[in-house]
Design a protein around this ligand. Sequence first.
Ligand code: EPZ
Length: 420
Amino acid sequence: MDKMAVIGGVALKGEVKASGAKNSALPLIFSTLLCEGTHQLKNVPNLMDIGSANRLMESLGCKVDFANGELTIDVPQQLETLAHYDQVRKMRASILVLGPLLARFGKAKVSLPGGCAIGARPIGFHLDALEKMGAKIKVEGGYVIAECEKLKGSKIEFPFASVGGTENIMMAASLAEGVTEIHNAAREPEIEDLANYLKKLGAKVEGAGSSVVKVTGSTQLRASQHSVIPDRIEVGTLVAAGAMTGGQVKVLDCRPQDLGAFLEALKKIGFQITTTEDSIEVCCGQDLRPLDIVTEPHPGFPTDLQAQMMALLTQVDGTSHISETVFENRFMHISELARLGAHIEVDGNTATIHGSQAPLLGAPVMATDLRASACLVLAGLVAQGETIVNRIYHLDRGYEKLEDKLSKLGANIRRIKNEG
Ligand code: EPZ
C-alpha cells in the first residue's frame, strides 16, 4: 500500500487547477444507462472510484473508453441488469444503477452496498421511493431485487435530503410515466449537474438545486455529451491547504458559488478570500479566531470538508467546535490528529478543538476514509518534521494527483510506492 511523506513548514504559494467533480461524474456515468447510444463526458477526473464505475458499466454490457479526462460510453439496446457484489462493494455509489436499470428494463438486481467507515449508510429512502413509484422490491441474499411494469410518477418526500436518493429517483423518474415530485430533495451542485444532463437526454427536470425537484418522464431519451463541473471538495481542500500553511493560493477552473458556507467560515476565522467567476484566492490569515461549525446538507457547511476544516482549526488559537450531523461516524481522523499532538475532545457528534499556534509534530498516521486522508495530508503540511500518511489508497479514491498539485504550490510531499 502506498504512503505519503509530508515535511511541514512550507507556506504554499501559487496557482492550481481543480479537477472535475467525483460526486458529479459518478451519477452522470450511471445516468447513461437510461438510453442507448454513445454518451460523451468531459472533465472526468482520473480516480479509483471512476475506474470502479467504468468496470461496473462494462459488466452491464457497456463499452467504455476513458483517456485524458474524456469518457465515451457506448450503451447498447440490451443490458445486463445484475450489478454484482464484487463490483458494488468497491464503491457504494454503484447503487445508483438501480434507478436507471429499473426504469428502462423493468427489473434490476443490485448488491446492497454495505456500510463504510463513516457510517451504515442505508438505502431505505431509495427503496421506499421506488416502491412508491410502483416497483416491487425485495432484499434477499445481500441483493436488492426490483421489478415493475412501468414506473409511475409520484410525490416523494425524503426524510433527509439524501444526495444519492435524490439522484436515483431523478434518473428513475426520467423514464417513468407522468410527473415525479421529490420533496426535501438534496440541493448539492452535483444534483444540478445531473439535472442538466438529464435535460440534454430529453427529460423535463425543474427545480434542481431547490428542495423540490419535478421530473416529467419521457419515452424518448437520446445520448448526449456533457462536461463535469469542478470538484468543490477538492477545491475546498486546496484552499484550506493555502490558508493553514499561511500561504497565498489561487485555485483556478472552479465555481466559488458552490462553496459559500465554507468560504464564509474561512472569512470568519480571519482569512482573506478573493473570488472571480472561476477562481478562489486565499491569503493573509491575521488574528485568527476560533469558530463553531455544524455540517449540514447543501447549502450548509459540507460534511466532506469537515475533516479538512478540523485540521485547519488545530492551528487557530482558542476553542472551536465542529458538530457532524450528516454521518454518524465521521470523526476517525481525530485519533490520528492526536498522534500529531492535536488536542481534540469528542462528545457525541461534537468535537471540541483546542487549537494553538504551537506546531503539530510529524508522526506516522493512518488514513481511514477518503476525507480523513486529506485531513492528515493537510496536517502534515503544518506539522514540524515528517508525517507519513499510511493507506493512502483512500486518498486515491477521490483526489487526482493531489501530491503533484501540492508540490506545484511548494509543498514538500512525496508518494512512497509500495512495490509489494
Ligand atoms: C453522497 O453520499 C456523497 N457521495 C458523499 O461523499 C457525501 O458525503 C454525501 O452525499 C453527503 O453530502 C457521492 O456523491 C458519491 P446521502 P450519499 O444519501 O448519497 C443517510 C465523499 O467523501 N441515509 O446524502 O451516500 C445516510 O446514512 C463522499 O466524496 C439514510 O439513512 O449520502 C447519511 O447519514 C462521502 N437512508 C445521510 O443520510 C438512505 O436511504 C446522508 O446520506 C440514504 C441516506
